[in-house]
Design a binder for this molecule. Sequence first.
Ligand code: UTP
Length: 414
Amino acid sequence: MDQARKDRIFALAKEQSQQQTLRFFDELSEEQQEHLSEQLEAVDFDMIRAAMTMENRAEKSLITPLKTLTVAEAEKDLGEYRAIGEKMLREGKVAALVLAGGQGSRLGFDGPKGTLNVGINRELYLFEILLGNMRENIRNAGNVRDLHFCVMTSDQNHQATVSFFEDHGYFGYPKEMIHFFRQDMAPALTHEGKILLEAKDSLSLAPNGNGGWFTSMQRCGLLDLLKKDGVEWINVVSVDNVLQNIADPVFLGATIAKECYAGAKVIAKVNPDERVGAICYRNGRPSVVEYSELTEEMRNAKNAEGEYLYNFGVTLNYLFHISETEEAAKNQLPIHRADKKIKCIDEAGNSVNPEAPNAYKLEYFIFDILEAFDDVLSMECIREHEFAPIKNREGADSLETARALLVARTGIAL
Ligand code: UTP
């Protein structure tokens, strides 16, 4: 590496008080030096500063209930909502975005989560199911054109995801309508705010959370491509729900009819103690309150009609109006800082496998984007029709429970 570039990298590390990242620099090959330098240049140092100085958000939040449009209430207007939504689908004004950059650590599957085979006697992959769910809505709307299908990956699973689609012929969907982009990465920090090294030539990096989708999509130019093609709305969904209803015309039509620029699909909780985030207002803005933030009293609080105030859990199926979200994205999202056990190397270059949390993992959460909207439509869907997530290796929300729910809903043989 030439001296001028090396000087610039060292100056950057010094300016950001992160000199420890270059501790082994002189031992590295030219290629490794370049790799480490590029990683350091890509770090969002503002995010680090904000994470280390932030206040405890939960303590400062006033949580109040947000009214949900229930299945029963929506019943009489379903025809109108469907007609509005299907027209938008036919005009190609909606795109889907599958958030597939997560690490899926609870499931522990070796590979991108979307490549998981849900079939038993045949191959039926998660990505294939999601694409199929969207195509069904397109077909029913009598579409004359296909919708854009975007997939957010991370540095860790990008290549494997792209190759998987290639190897499976894009499951018969037009290749030019499927777009992959990588989300940004965030560094793991010691409790003092210093970036950890994963190896002598690598920072310890992880995907920056599912709230990173908008800026990552903007930066890579994909958002412009969609806008140029007339797309107005994005349906953002998680990768791991086999019943995920993608480009649902009823949800889209209802959001438009209610004059909202964002929507969240929710399900009634099984009981007040179900561990899901619930839709709410936070300091007067639409948001989601995490299970851990709700006191027992709040979980059990009811209105005059005897209904729980925080009864509706989010399913990670959101609608966002693109140009309104561009405005919203100008606000800095809050950073969520989780104390975790993160493997790294120490000052002598030895591997460390910590037994207690040693570092902060930084993430943006998708639901924080809701706060930038004056109003968000919270719309209930029927749990058995639309919610069968695969999160854990066994027990609740596992491959086994999702298979059973998929068969019960669709009657297909696995
Ligand atoms: P989860 O919160 O379930 O996280 O993500 P995860 O990484 O998939 O699984 P665990 O917690 O490690 O077991 C919800 C959705 O958000 C996506 C996931 O891929 C999933 O679709 N996600 C999460 C991202 O796209 N990027 C991230 O950085 C985090």
